[in-house]
Design a protein around this ligand. Structure first.
Ligand SMILES: *Cc1c(COP(=O)(O)O)cnc(C)c1O
Length: 436
Protein backbone atom coordinates (compact mmCIF):
# COMPACT_ATOMS: atom_id res chain seq x y z
CA UNK A 1 0.00 0.00 0.00
CA UNK A 2 1.49 3.31 -1.08
CA UNK A 3 0.23 6.53 0.47
CA UNK A 4 0.73 10.26 -0.16
CA UNK A 5 0.17 13.33 1.97
CA UNK A 6 -2.87 15.40 1.00
CA UNK A 7 -0.57 18.44 1.07
CA UNK A 8 1.83 16.73 -1.36
CA UNK A 9 5.05 18.04 0.18
CA UNK A 10 5.94 15.07 2.43
CA UNK A 11 7.43 11.87 1.00
CA UNK A 12 5.26 8.90 0.07
CA UNK A 13 5.09 6.09 2.62
CA UNK A 14 3.98 2.48 2.87
CA UNK A 15 1.24 1.29 5.27
CA UNK A 16 3.62 0.52 8.12
CA UNK A 17 5.20 3.98 7.92
CA UNK A 18 1.81 5.67 7.61
CA UNK A 19 0.37 4.09 10.74
CA UNK A 20 3.40 4.84 12.92
CA UNK A 21 3.88 8.37 11.61
CA UNK A 22 0.15 9.06 11.81
CA UNK A 23 0.51 12.55 10.42
CA UNK A 24 2.85 13.59 7.57
CA UNK A 25 5.33 16.40 8.44
CA UNK A 26 3.55 18.81 6.11
CA UNK A 27 0.43 18.55 8.30
CA UNK A 28 -1.62 16.85 5.58
CA UNK A 29 -3.24 13.43 5.98
CA UNK A 30 -2.21 10.15 4.39
CA UNK A 31 -4.31 8.88 1.50
CA UNK A 32 -3.80 5.69 -0.52
CA UNK A 33 -2.72 6.17 -4.15
CA UNK A 34 -4.84 3.26 -5.16
CA UNK A 35 -8.33 2.66 -3.91
CA UNK A 36 -9.02 -0.77 -5.38
CA UNK A 37 -12.45 -1.49 -6.77
CA UNK A 38 -13.73 -4.76 -5.30
CA UNK A 39 -14.95 -7.27 -7.87
CA UNK A 40 -18.61 -7.33 -8.91
CA UNK A 41 -18.60 -10.95 -7.88
CA UNK A 42 -17.63 -9.99 -4.33
CA UNK A 43 -20.27 -7.25 -4.13
CA UNK A 44 -22.96 -9.58 -5.54
CA UNK A 45 -22.10 -12.27 -3.01
CA UNK A 46 -21.94 -9.99 0.05
CA UNK A 47 -25.06 -11.51 1.54
CA UNK A 48 -23.32 -14.87 1.87
CA UNK A 49 -20.36 -13.48 3.79
CA UNK A 50 -19.65 -12.89 7.46
CA UNK A 51 -18.38 -9.61 8.89
CA UNK A 52 -14.93 -11.17 9.33
CA UNK A 53 -14.80 -12.49 5.77
CA UNK A 54 -15.80 -9.07 4.46
CA UNK A 55 -13.22 -7.38 6.70
CA UNK A 56 -10.47 -9.62 5.36
CA UNK A 57 -11.37 -9.04 1.71
CA UNK A 58 -11.63 -5.28 2.08
CA UNK A 59 -8.47 -4.82 4.13
CA UNK A 60 -6.39 -7.21 2.03
CA UNK A 61 -7.36 -5.33 -1.12
CA UNK A 62 -6.36 -2.03 0.47
CA UNK A 63 -3.25 -3.01 2.41
CA UNK A 64 -1.84 -5.62 0.04
CA UNK A 65 1.08 -7.84 1.01
CA UNK A 66 2.54 -5.77 3.85
CA UNK A 67 0.79 -8.10 6.28
CA UNK A 68 0.78 -11.83 5.35
CA UNK A 69 -2.69 -13.13 4.58
CA UNK A 70 -2.82 -15.61 7.45
CA UNK A 71 -1.65 -12.96 9.95
CA UNK A 72 -4.23 -10.48 8.66
CA UNK A 73 -6.98 -13.08 9.02
CA UNK A 74 -5.98 -13.88 12.58
CA UNK A 75 -5.66 -10.24 13.50
CA UNK A 76 -9.14 -9.47 12.16
CA UNK A 77 -10.71 -12.39 14.00
CA UNK A 78 -9.16 -11.13 17.22
CA UNK A 79 -9.90 -7.42 16.72
CA UNK A 80 -13.41 -7.69 15.31
CA UNK A 81 -14.76 -10.24 17.77
CA UNK A 82 -18.18 -8.64 18.17
CA UNK A 83 -21.18 -8.04 15.96
CA UNK A 84 -22.63 -5.04 14.10
CA UNK A 85 -26.30 -5.91 13.63
CA UNK A 86 -28.79 -3.85 11.62
CA UNK A 87 -31.90 -3.66 13.82
CA UNK A 88 -35.17 -2.91 12.06
CA UNK A 89 -36.85 0.24 13.34
CA UNK A 90 -39.60 0.12 10.72
CA UNK A 91 -40.03 -0.98 7.08
CA UNK A 92 -37.72 1.66 5.68
CA UNK A 93 -35.23 2.36 8.45
CA UNK A 94 -32.62 0.11 10.03
CA UNK A 95 -30.25 0.99 12.86
CA UNK A 96 -26.70 -0.24 12.36
CA UNK A 97 -25.58 -0.82 15.95
CA UNK A 98 -21.86 -0.22 16.23
CA UNK A 99 -21.65 -0.36 20.01
CA UNK A 100 -21.20 -4.06 20.73
CA UNK A 101 -17.45 -3.82 21.38
CA UNK A 102 -15.84 -3.41 24.82
CA UNK A 103 -16.09 0.41 25.08
CA UNK A 104 -19.67 0.38 23.74
CA UNK A 105 -18.96 2.78 20.86
CA UNK A 106 -18.04 2.36 17.19
CA UNK A 107 -14.49 3.48 17.83
CA UNK A 108 -13.71 -0.05 19.07
CA UNK A 109 -13.48 -1.10 15.41
CA UNK A 110 -10.68 1.36 14.71
CA UNK A 111 -8.85 1.09 18.00
CA UNK A 112 -8.82 -2.71 18.18
CA UNK A 113 -7.74 -3.15 14.57
CA UNK A 114 -5.06 -0.51 14.95
CA UNK A 115 -3.60 -1.96 18.16
CA UNK A 116 -3.29 -5.42 16.57
CA UNK A 117 -1.72 -4.07 13.38
CA UNK A 118 0.77 -1.97 15.34
CA UNK A 119 1.50 -4.89 17.62
CA UNK A 120 2.33 -7.01 14.57
CA UNK A 121 4.77 -4.50 13.10
CA UNK A 122 6.37 -3.72 16.49
CA UNK A 123 6.98 -7.38 17.23
CA UNK A 124 8.81 -7.65 13.93
CA UNK A 125 11.11 -4.72 14.75
CA UNK A 126 11.18 -5.09 18.58
CA UNK A 127 10.70 -1.32 19.04
CA UNK A 128 8.93 0.69 21.75
CA UNK A 129 6.20 3.18 20.98
CA UNK A 130 4.36 6.09 22.63
CA UNK A 131 0.79 6.63 21.49
CA UNK A 132 -0.61 10.10 21.95
CA UNK A 133 -4.30 10.67 21.45
CA UNK A 134 -6.81 13.46 21.95
CA UNK A 135 -10.39 12.50 22.71
CA UNK A 136 -13.71 14.29 22.70
CA UNK A 137 -15.04 11.34 24.68
CA UNK A 138 -15.25 7.99 22.97
CA UNK A 139 -11.84 7.67 21.34
CA UNK A 140 -10.20 7.64 24.76
CA UNK A 141 -12.13 4.64 26.05
CA UNK A 142 -11.78 2.67 22.84
CA UNK A 143 -8.04 3.34 22.62
CA UNK A 144 -7.49 2.65 26.33
CA UNK A 145 -9.31 -0.67 26.11
CA UNK A 146 -7.94 -1.53 22.69
CA UNK A 147 -4.31 -0.96 23.69
CA UNK A 148 -4.37 -2.05 27.35
CA UNK A 149 -1.41 -4.36 28.00
CA UNK A 150 -0.20 -4.28 24.38
CA UNK A 151 3.52 -5.05 24.80
CA UNK A 152 5.89 -2.25 23.78
CA UNK A 153 3.21 0.45 23.67
CA UNK A 154 2.62 3.28 26.18
CA UNK A 155 -0.56 5.31 25.71
CA UNK A 156 -1.24 8.93 26.79
CA UNK A 157 -4.80 10.19 26.40
CA UNK A 158 -5.70 13.91 26.47
CA UNK A 159 -9.30 14.82 27.26
CA UNK A 160 -11.09 18.13 27.91
CA UNK A 161 -12.04 18.56 31.55
CA UNK A 162 -15.79 18.54 32.26
CA UNK A 163 -16.69 17.76 28.65
CA UNK A 164 -16.86 13.98 28.67
CA UNK A 165 -19.40 11.80 30.44
CA UNK A 166 -18.65 10.04 33.74
CA UNK A 167 -18.47 6.65 32.09
CA UNK A 168 -16.27 7.94 29.30
CA UNK A 169 -13.94 9.50 31.84
CA UNK A 170 -13.67 6.30 33.88
CA UNK A 171 -13.01 4.22 30.75
CA UNK A 172 -9.93 6.26 29.99
CA UNK A 173 -8.64 7.15 33.48
CA UNK A 174 -9.09 3.98 35.52
CA UNK A 175 -7.43 1.16 33.61
CA UNK A 176 -3.86 1.78 34.80
CA UNK A 177 -0.98 -0.21 33.35
CA UNK A 178 0.31 1.26 30.10
CA UNK A 179 -2.58 3.77 29.88
CA UNK A 180 -2.08 7.36 31.20
CA UNK A 181 -4.64 10.19 31.12
CA UNK A 182 -4.16 13.96 30.94
CA UNK A 183 -7.13 16.11 31.94
CA UNK A 184 -6.74 19.29 29.92
CA UNK A 185 -8.19 22.59 31.13
CA UNK A 186 -9.64 23.42 27.71
CA UNK A 187 -11.70 22.08 24.82
CA UNK A 188 -11.28 19.04 22.57
CA UNK A 189 -9.76 21.34 19.96
CA UNK A 190 -7.09 22.37 22.50
CA UNK A 191 -6.32 18.69 23.09
CA UNK A 192 -6.13 18.01 19.38
CA UNK A 193 -3.84 21.01 18.88
CA UNK A 194 -1.49 19.86 21.65
CA UNK A 195 -1.22 16.44 20.05
CA UNK A 196 -0.49 17.98 16.67
CA UNK A 197 2.21 20.18 18.19
CA UNK A 198 3.88 17.16 19.73
CA UNK A 199 4.02 15.42 16.36
CA UNK A 200 5.33 18.47 14.60
CA UNK A 201 8.14 18.76 17.20
CA UNK A 202 10.50 16.47 15.34
CA UNK A 203 13.00 16.07 18.16
CA UNK A 204 10.38 15.04 20.70
CA UNK A 205 8.57 12.88 18.22
CA UNK A 206 11.75 10.94 17.37
CA UNK A 207 12.97 10.70 20.94
CA UNK A 208 9.71 9.16 22.17
CA UNK A 209 8.82 7.33 18.97
CA UNK A 210 5.46 9.08 19.02
CA UNK A 211 2.46 7.81 17.18
CA UNK A 212 -1.18 8.83 17.05
CA UNK A 213 -4.39 6.86 17.47
CA UNK A 214 -6.79 9.58 16.36
CA UNK A 215 -9.12 9.11 13.43
CA UNK A 216 -6.46 10.80 11.31
CA UNK A 217 -4.62 7.47 11.41
CA UNK A 218 -5.27 5.43 8.29
CA UNK A 219 -5.38 2.19 10.27
CA UNK A 220 -8.47 3.43 12.10
CA UNK A 221 -10.21 4.39 8.91
CA UNK A 222 -9.81 1.03 7.20
CA UNK A 223 -11.80 -1.10 9.71
CA UNK A 224 -14.57 1.49 9.63
CA UNK A 225 -15.28 0.51 6.03
CA UNK A 226 -16.06 -3.09 7.06
CA UNK A 227 -19.45 -2.49 8.62
CA UNK A 228 -20.86 -0.56 5.69
CA UNK A 229 -20.39 -3.63 3.48
CA UNK A 230 -21.65 -5.86 6.26
CA UNK A 231 -24.79 -3.72 6.66
CA UNK A 232 -25.54 -4.09 2.95
CA UNK A 233 -25.04 -7.84 3.37
CA UNK A 234 -27.64 -8.00 6.17
CA UNK A 235 -30.16 -5.86 4.31
CA UNK A 236 -29.86 -7.92 1.12
CA UNK A 237 -30.24 -11.08 3.17
CA UNK A 238 -33.64 -9.79 4.30
CA UNK A 239 -34.68 -9.53 0.67
CA UNK A 240 -34.51 -5.73 0.58
CA UNK A 241 -33.09 -4.76 -2.80
CA UNK A 242 -33.82 -1.02 -2.86
CA UNK A 243 -31.05 1.59 -2.84
CA UNK A 244 -29.54 2.42 0.51
CA UNK A 245 -28.91 5.73 2.25
CA UNK A 246 -26.47 5.77 5.17
CA UNK A 247 -26.77 8.52 7.75
CA UNK A 248 -23.71 9.06 9.94
CA UNK A 249 -23.66 11.24 13.06
CA UNK A 250 -20.40 13.10 12.45
CA UNK A 251 -17.73 15.02 14.35
CA UNK A 252 -14.24 14.54 12.95
CA UNK A 253 -15.75 12.90 9.85
CA UNK A 254 -13.65 9.74 10.08
CA UNK A 255 -16.65 7.45 10.16
CA UNK A 256 -18.35 8.96 7.14
CA UNK A 257 -14.95 9.34 5.44
CA UNK A 258 -14.59 5.56 5.69
CA UNK A 259 -18.03 5.22 4.12
CA UNK A 260 -17.00 7.38 1.18
CA UNK A 261 -13.87 5.27 0.82
CA UNK A 262 -16.04 2.14 0.84
CA UNK A 263 -18.18 3.67 -1.90
CA UNK A 264 -15.07 4.20 -4.00
CA UNK A 265 -14.31 0.50 -3.47
CA UNK A 266 -17.72 -0.48 -4.77
CA UNK A 267 -20.14 -0.24 -1.83
CA UNK A 268 -23.62 0.01 -3.34
CA UNK A 269 -25.06 3.17 -1.79
CA UNK A 270 -27.36 5.91 -3.03
CA UNK A 271 -26.25 8.67 -0.66
CA UNK A 272 -24.46 9.48 2.58
CA UNK A 273 -26.01 11.93 4.99
CA UNK A 274 -23.75 13.61 7.54
CA UNK A 275 -25.71 14.69 10.60
CA UNK A 276 -24.07 17.28 12.84
CA UNK A 277 -24.94 19.19 16.00
CA UNK A 278 -24.35 22.94 16.58
CA UNK A 279 -20.77 22.31 15.41
CA UNK A 280 -21.93 22.42 11.81
CA UNK A 281 -18.69 23.45 10.07
CA UNK A 282 -18.83 20.63 7.55
CA UNK A 283 -22.56 21.04 6.95
CA UNK A 284 -21.92 24.67 6.06
CA UNK A 285 -19.00 23.70 3.85
CA UNK A 286 -21.17 21.31 1.89
CA UNK A 287 -23.93 23.86 1.57
CA UNK A 288 -21.83 26.97 0.84
CA UNK A 289 -18.53 25.61 -0.49
CA UNK A 290 -16.36 27.34 2.08
CA UNK A 291 -14.75 25.56 4.98
CA UNK A 292 -14.51 27.76 8.05
CA UNK A 293 -13.30 26.02 11.21
CA UNK A 294 -14.25 27.71 14.46
CA UNK A 295 -14.01 26.86 18.16
CA UNK A 296 -16.27 23.98 19.13
CA UNK A 297 -19.24 24.43 21.43
CA UNK A 298 -20.46 21.89 23.97
CA UNK A 299 -23.57 19.91 23.07
CA UNK A 300 -25.50 16.87 24.21
CA UNK A 301 -23.77 14.79 21.51
CA UNK A 302 -20.32 15.59 22.87
CA UNK A 303 -18.32 13.14 20.74
CA UNK A 304 -19.31 15.31 17.78
CA UNK A 305 -18.20 18.61 19.33
CA UNK A 306 -15.45 19.29 16.82
CA UNK A 307 -14.64 22.75 15.49
CA UNK A 308 -12.10 21.72 12.87
CA UNK A 309 -13.06 18.29 11.50
CA UNK A 310 -9.71 16.78 10.59
CA UNK A 311 -10.96 14.37 7.95
CA UNK A 312 -12.17 17.31 5.87
CA UNK A 313 -8.76 17.19 4.19
CA UNK A 314 -9.19 13.55 3.27
CA UNK A 315 -12.73 13.88 2.01
CA UNK A 316 -11.92 16.98 0.03
CA UNK A 317 -8.91 15.19 -1.46
CA UNK A 318 -11.03 12.18 -2.37
CA UNK A 319 -13.24 14.50 -4.45
CA UNK A 320 -10.39 16.48 -5.99
CA UNK A 321 -11.36 19.53 -3.94
CA UNK A 322 -14.67 19.78 -5.83
CA UNK A 323 -17.53 20.34 -3.42
CA UNK A 324 -20.08 19.96 -6.25
CA UNK A 325 -18.79 16.40 -6.82
CA UNK A 326 -19.02 15.65 -3.10
CA UNK A 327 -22.62 16.88 -3.08
CA UNK A 328 -23.55 14.07 -5.49
CA UNK A 329 -22.61 11.56 -2.78
CA UNK A 330 -23.33 13.46 0.41
CA UNK A 331 -25.97 15.64 2.02
CA UNK A 332 -25.64 17.22 5.44
CA UNK A 333 -27.88 18.77 8.08
CA UNK A 334 -27.32 20.06 11.60
CA UNK A 335 -29.62 19.86 14.61
CA UNK A 336 -30.00 21.51 18.00
CA UNK A 337 -29.82 19.86 21.42
CA UNK A 338 -33.53 20.55 21.89
CA UNK A 339 -34.36 18.60 18.71
CA UNK A 340 -32.03 15.81 19.80
CA UNK A 341 -33.58 15.46 23.22
CA UNK A 342 -37.09 15.51 21.79
CA UNK A 343 -36.15 12.82 19.26
CA UNK A 344 -34.81 10.45 21.90
CA UNK A 345 -38.20 10.60 23.64
CA UNK A 346 -40.25 10.35 20.42
CA UNK A 347 -38.33 7.39 19.03
CA UNK A 348 -38.60 5.64 22.38
CA UNK A 349 -42.34 6.25 22.54
CA UNK A 350 -42.94 5.23 18.94
CA UNK A 351 -40.63 2.22 18.66
CA UNK A 352 -39.55 1.38 22.21
CA UNK A 353 -35.98 1.93 21.04
CA UNK A 354 -33.54 3.96 23.13
CA UNK A 355 -30.92 6.01 21.29
CA UNK A 356 -27.84 7.83 22.53
CA UNK A 357 -27.78 11.56 21.67
CA UNK A 358 -25.40 11.04 18.71
CA UNK A 359 -27.62 8.37 17.25
CA UNK A 360 -30.62 10.65 17.71
CA UNK A 361 -28.88 13.37 15.68
CA UNK A 362 -28.37 10.73 13.01
CA UNK A 363 -32.02 9.75 13.15
CA UNK A 364 -33.00 13.38 12.58
CA UNK A 365 -30.64 13.59 9.60
CA UNK A 366 -31.88 10.38 8.03
CA UNK A 367 -35.58 11.15 8.38
CA UNK A 368 -35.05 14.68 7.07
CA UNK A 369 -33.23 13.37 4.02
CA UNK A 370 -35.80 10.66 3.31
CA UNK A 371 -38.58 13.25 3.55
CA UNK A 372 -36.86 15.73 1.25
CA UNK A 373 -35.62 13.30 -1.37
CA UNK A 374 -38.19 12.86 -4.11
CA UNK A 375 -37.53 9.13 -4.43
CA UNK A 376 -39.67 7.11 -2.09
CA UNK A 377 -38.12 3.69 -2.66
CA UNK A 378 -35.07 4.13 -0.47
CA UNK A 379 -33.93 2.14 2.55
CA UNK A 380 -32.30 4.25 5.26
CA UNK A 381 -29.58 2.99 7.54
CA UNK A 382 -28.76 4.98 10.60
CA UNK A 383 -25.36 4.40 12.20
CA UNK A 384 -25.77 4.07 15.95
CA UNK A 385 -22.39 5.14 17.22
CA UNK A 386 -22.72 4.48 20.95
CA UNK A 387 -24.76 2.59 23.54
CA UNK A 388 -27.29 4.96 25.17
CA UNK A 389 -26.11 4.02 28.66
CA UNK A 390 -22.76 5.75 28.04
CA UNK A 391 -24.60 9.07 28.06
CA UNK A 392 -27.23 8.36 30.68
CA UNK A 393 -25.95 11.17 32.93
CA UNK A 394 -26.46 13.69 30.14
CA UNK A 395 -30.11 12.78 29.66
CA UNK A 396 -33.16 14.16 31.43
CA UNK A 397 -33.86 12.01 34.51
CA UNK A 398 -37.20 10.73 33.16
CA UNK A 399 -35.47 9.39 30.03
CA UNK A 400 -32.38 8.23 31.88
CA UNK A 401 -34.55 6.10 34.15
CA UNK A 402 -35.55 3.99 31.11
CA UNK A 403 -31.99 3.22 30.00
CA UNK A 404 -30.61 -0.07 31.24
CA UNK A 405 -26.95 0.19 32.07
CA UNK A 406 -24.79 -2.84 31.20
CA UNK A 407 -22.70 -4.22 34.04
CA UNK A 408 -19.38 -3.44 32.35
CA UNK A 409 -20.32 0.25 32.61
CA UNK A 410 -21.78 0.36 36.09
CA UNK A 411 -18.72 -1.46 37.45
CA UNK A 412 -16.50 1.34 36.16
CA UNK A 413 -17.87 3.89 38.59
CA UNK A 414 -16.40 2.08 41.58
CA UNK A 415 -12.89 2.29 40.13
CA UNK A 416 -10.31 4.96 40.90
CA UNK A 417 -9.79 7.86 38.50
CA UNK A 418 -6.16 8.66 37.78
CA UNK A 419 -5.42 11.69 35.60
CA UNK A 420 -2.95 14.56 35.63
CA UNK A 421 -4.58 17.99 35.28
CA UNK A 422 -2.75 20.30 32.86
CA UNK A 423 -3.25 23.69 31.20
CA UNK A 424 -3.56 23.63 27.41
CA UNK A 425 0.13 24.53 27.03
CA UNK A 426 2.50 22.49 24.90
CA UNK A 427 5.29 22.83 27.50
CA UNK A 428 3.10 21.05 30.07
CA UNK A 429 2.42 18.16 27.74
CA UNK A 430 6.07 17.95 26.79
CA UNK A 431 7.33 17.82 30.36
CA UNK A 432 4.77 15.14 31.22
CA UNK A 433 5.86 13.00 28.29
CA UNK A 434 9.54 13.42 29.08
CA UNK A 435 9.20 12.78 32.80
CA UNK A 436 6.58 10.09 33.09
C1 LIG B 1 -16.54 9.69 17.61
C2 LIG B 1 -18.00 9.64 17.66
C3 LIG B 1 -18.78 10.24 16.68
C4 LIG B 1 -18.17 11.03 15.55
O1 LIG B 1 -17.45 10.22 14.66
P1 LIG B 1 -16.40 10.86 13.64
O2 LIG B 1 -15.74 9.75 12.96
O3 LIG B 1 -15.45 11.70 14.45
O4 LIG B 1 -17.19 11.74 12.71
C5 LIG B 1 -20.15 10.11 16.76
N1 LIG B 1 -20.73 9.45 17.78
C6 LIG B 1 -20.02 8.86 18.74
C7 LIG B 1 -20.73 8.16 19.85
C8 LIG B 1 -18.63 8.92 18.72
O5 LIG B 1 -17.93 8.34 19.68
Amino acid sequence: MKLYSTKHTSPDVNFEEAIFKGLPNDNGLYMPYEIPKLSDEFIQSLEHKTLQEIAFEVSYNLIGDEIPKDVLKELIDEAINFTAPVKELNNTIGVLELFHGPSLAFKDFGARFMSRVMGYFLKKSSQKLNILVATSGDTGGAVAMGFLNTPGIEVTILYPTGKVSNYQEMQLTSLGGNIKALEVNGTFDDCQKLVKEAFLDEKLSKQLNLSSANSINISRLIPQTFYYFNAVAQIRRRGIKTDIVFCVPSGNFGNIGAGLLAKRMGLPVHKFVAATNANDIFTQYLNTGSFNPRPSVKTLSNAMDVGNPSNYQRISDLYGGKVEELRKDMASYSFTDAETEKTIVEVYEQYGYMMCPHTAVGYLGLTKYLKEESRKDLYGVLLSTAHPAKFVNELKPEIAAKVSVPKELSDLLSRKKEAKFIQPEFEELKSFLLNK
